[in-house]
Ligand binder design. Structure first.
Ligand code: 9MR
Length: 340
């Protein structure tokens, strides 16, 4: 939403409140949106979303689903849309668990981030041993079929996940997909665009939050190159799996990617630590996104600490194992509301 549209929608919210309350109580002053009481509603007042990664097997847990339904307005399948889940046998597709998540989200009026069409990891057994042109065809077929199946239902696809190497090279990660030729990523994006022209297409990776990191620079050069040659890319997903410190350059990184003409999304946020320190880091990350116009949403990688891939070593999320709001939750909500 652009600024004008956002002010119009705020004005509408305020007007609506005023109409509802006319004759009953004082009018809500025009121009001051009221503080929202959930992450999704508060983020929406800034034109953004607030999402969570969801596991299909937890949807029967009433505490989990209660928090999901109440707080979040975007959903990512934590594992259920990966290649091994959606194409367990070659050219035989399986969408049961992914559909459970998509249908739950949509029935609750939430949008969906698709994760992920192509990744060196979590490949089905039949794909792991493949190389060369056979693998390239299988990749294109996978992307075409999965993106077409969900056509019109996905807000953003993570088209390619984690294709850059760790360490100082700034280059691509070696993988069977990379060995099919350096153009595999752009082919993946073009294939996804053709199959679902309405979805935003994202490149998603971790350890690209620090602007000075070679990996960040490598991804930046690829996105700049794609934009200059018209390869269809709409956004960069920064996973944001953090330890107890947030890189001081995080907002700069978000802004620099955005300045290439793409959206940026914080796609898998979780932060180590506890208490006030963890809360302060969550506040920083939220404020960094809010400060960048094209940072259009934040997703935490799970709901309760006990749902996290980092648990029990780390308790990195906004709700504790019993579903209580942590100080980090309050820090995020306050930061969002401060911008409403
Ligand atoms: O949280 C996911 C975990 O349940 C899976 O076992 C794992 C399998 O690879 O993937 C985890 O999610 C990852 C995500 O898909 C991509 N970025 C890193 C995430 C954490 O490992």
């Amino acid at each position: 939403m652009n600024l004008t549209a956002r002010s119009v929608s705020r004005a509408l919210i305020v007007t609506t409140l005023a109409v509802v309350t006319t004759g009953v109580t004082a009018l809500v002053p025009i121009g001051s949106a009221s503080a929202a009481s959930t992450l999704g509603a508060s983020a929406a007042q800034t034109g953004r979303y607030f999402g969570a990664a969801v596991a299909a097997h937890r949807l029967g847990d009433a505490t989990y689903t209660g928090i999901l339904n109440r707080e979040f307005d975007m959903v990512t399948a934590e594992n259920e849309m990966k290649m091994d889940a959606t194409e367990p046998n070659r050219n035989q597709f399986s969408y049961g668990n992914a559909d459970r998540i998509v249908n739950h989200a949509r029935s609750q009026g939430k949008r969906v981030r698709g994760h992920t069409l192509a990744w060196h990891s979590q490949q089905p057994g039949w794909m792991r041993g493949m190389e060369g042109s056979a693998l390239r065809s299988a990749l294109v077929n996978h992307i075409s079929k999965v993106a077409a199946y969900y056509r019109g239902k996905i807000y953003t696809w993570d088209v390619v996940n984690e294709a850059f190497a760790d360490g100082g090279s700034g280059g691509r990660r070696d993988s069977n997909l990379q060995r099919t030729g350096n153009d595999w990523i752009e082919v993946a994006f073009r294939t996804a665009r053709a199959a679902d022209p309405g979805a935003k297409l994202c490149y998603n990776d971790y350890s690209i939050e620090d602007w000075s990191a070679a990996k960040t620079q490598g991804v930046y050069r690829m996105v700049r190159d794609f934009k200059s040659r018209g390869v269809p890319i709409d956004c960069v997903g920064l996973q944001a799996h953090f330890g107890t410190g947030i890189p001081g350059s995080f907002q700069t990184t978000l802004q620099n990617f955005a300045s290439l003409g793409v959206d940026v999304q914080i796609t898998e946020l979780d932060i180590a630590g506890s208490g006030a320190q963890q809360a302060d880091n969550y506040r920083r990350v939220t404020q960094a996104c809010l400060a960048v116009a094209r940072c259009n949403g934040i997703t935490t990688w799970g709901i309760r600490d006990t749902d996290s891939w980092r648990y029990p070593g780390v308790s990195p999320l906004l709700f504790d194992g019993a579903g209580n709001k942590k100080p980090a939750y309050t820090a995020v909500l306050n930061a969002l509301n401060a911008r409403n």
